[in-house]
Design a protein around this ligand. Structure first.
Ligand SMILES: [Fe+2]
Ligand SMILES: [Fe+2]
Length: 478
């Protein structure tokens, strides 16, 4: 058996779990709790359906997945690490060039555990946020994609729980339990990060979430893939292969709504949002407002612009920059980074030591990646002769974390008063009326594989060579 193939044990894995009885027993004890959580908080009302899902069967970059019908509670969640890189050395920070760690150094134990718990907490949180969406699905194709994202977020939780159980002793086991106890949006036991407590109860939000919020996940994983703690690096590297599909769901989901709206606008020669709504489509200003919301919530997930925590994560080798290889200076001790700060009610540029700006550097990469998606949607609009352009709001807009959290800015970044912000809020962020309209479009699910909701265009192709109208979900009994 190759070291990357996945075993057929109770818990599928490629980490030779059978060779560590104690760990195996601990994880086998956690497994039923996970399944209870899934049944309670996973997709509501679809647990007996047969869903055409991909399951990891190897961690090789080609052909790692297998597609077949499976009932979600029977999904083969497991523990998969990307292959070890021989003689891997630390790629950045004070210990640059030294061998990576196979165990957690005592002095970094608490910080590393916190990083892993914070990442792990987002995984079940998103499943909880999305658990009712199946009942308003625009097509069976989309329903299947939702469930694919959900089961893989469940597996990402497994990935983090494996690290907690293997390397953090009793504290780790307690954290693993707590990951199943918190609930997205719960007043008393919320999930750790803000965006993961926001309701995500309509499909426009879902596609924006998978585009913007899952993309934060991608960049956090890229930064953790650089970690000196090798097991964390290996597990996040494999998670990234799954994450790519979540990004695809978001980008093409929004893209298909854009396509449908643009097509209807062109055909019916309408431009006014009210006229677009009369056609049962989602008008572009409303999409822009949803975009503003999910983008700004996701920007917060990168943390403070000027951060001594980020500096120490980098110094110690816990968390690097995305694709550290492309940088020349891996110690980042000398440079500075220009950050716009707010001083006496005005914007002033401050030079910040490079290491303290690591959150902002990661955020820059994220912003550029988001922009690429918007450019694509804007090209679709142009192709239909629609004069509208989606824009990313300035990063000072609608922030709750970091140096812009106590100021108010318009989408262009101009500082304004709280009163002005409140007055213009509904121009920039989804209003109750917007949400009501979006809900009105999504009253019923579409379970006939031949049908597609009116407000979204059909995808160009199906999953894994299957036709778009393939029966991706077979509804179970009751
Ligand atoms: Fe994830
Ligand atoms: Fe994801």
């Amino acid at each position: 058996m190759s070291t990357t193939a996945i075993s057929d044990e109770k818990i599928p894995n490629n980490v030779n779990l059978a060779g560590d009885r104690k760990l195996q027993r601990a994880l086998e004890a956690w497994q039923p709790n996970f399944v209870s959580w899934w049944k309670e908080m996973g997709p509501y009302g679809f647990q007996t359906d047969d869903v055409y899902l991909r399951t990891a069967i190897s961690v090789e970059s080609d052909g790692w997945a297998h597609f077949n019908y499976v009932k979600m509670p029977d999904y083969r969640w497991g523990i998969f690490l990307a292959p070890a890189v021989a003689d891997r050395t630390i790629g950045f920070g004070d210990n640059f060039g030294e061998p990576v760690w196979q165990q957690v150094p005592g002095e970094h134990r608490n910080t590393l555990r916190r990083l892993i718990v914070t990442q792990g907490d987002t995984e079940p949180a998103s499943v909880e946020q999305q658990r009712m969406l199946g009942h308003t699905c625009p097509s069976v194709y989309d329903l299947r994609n939702l469930f694919q994202v959900n089961v893989e977020e469940g597996r990402h939780l497994w990935a983090m729980v494996y690290l907690l159980h293997s390397y953090f002793g009793r504290d780790g086991r307690e954290e693993a339990e707590a990951l199943l106890m918190r609930r997205s949006g719960d007043r008393d036991t919320p999930r750790i990060l803000g965006a993961f407590n926001e309701p995500c109860t309509d499909w426009l939000s879902f596609f924006m979430f998978t585009f913007f919020t899952d993309r934060d996940g991608k960049f956090q994983l890229l930064a953790l893939a650089e970690s000196a703690f090798d097991p964390l690096s290996r597990t996040t590297r494999f998670m990234l292969t799954e994450e790519a599909h979540h990004m695809f769901v978001g980008e093409t989901g929004v893209g298909r709504i854009v396509e449908r709206t643009a097509e209807l606008m062109e055909k019916n020669k309408v431009t006014h949002p009210d006229d677009v709504r009369k056609l049962g489509a989602i008008d572009l200003p409303t999409m822009q407002r949803y975009l503003n919301l999910w983008y700004s919530l996701s920007l917060d997930l990168f943390g403070g612009e000027i951060s001594s925590n980020a500096a120490s994560f980098f110094a110690t080798g816990l968390k690097g920059r995305a694709k550290e290889d492309k940088y020349e200076d891996h110690r980042a001790l000398d440079g500075t980074y220009a950050i716009d700060v707010v001083k006496d009610g005005a914007i002033a540029t401050e030079q910040v030591p490079l290491r303290n700006a690591m959150n902002e550097i990661l955020r820059d990469e994220y912003v550029a990646d988001c922009q690429r998606g918007l450019d694509k949607w804007n090209r679709q609009l142009a192709a239909h002769n629609v004069e509208f352009k989606f824009e990313l709001p300035n990063r000072r807009f609608h922030r709750h974390i970091g140096i812009y959290s106590d100021i108010n800015a318009d989408p262009s970044g101009k500082l304004i008063s709280a009163a002005d912000f409140a007055q213009r809020r509904e121009d920039w962020l989804p209003s109750e009326k917007d949400k009501e309209y979006i809900r009105s479009l999504m009253q019923h699910p579409i379970f006939d594989p031949k049908q597609m909701a009116n407000w979204i265009s059909a995808p160009k192709q199906g999953i894994k060579g299957r036709p778009v109208d393939f029966e991706y979900v077979r509804r179970g009994e009751g």
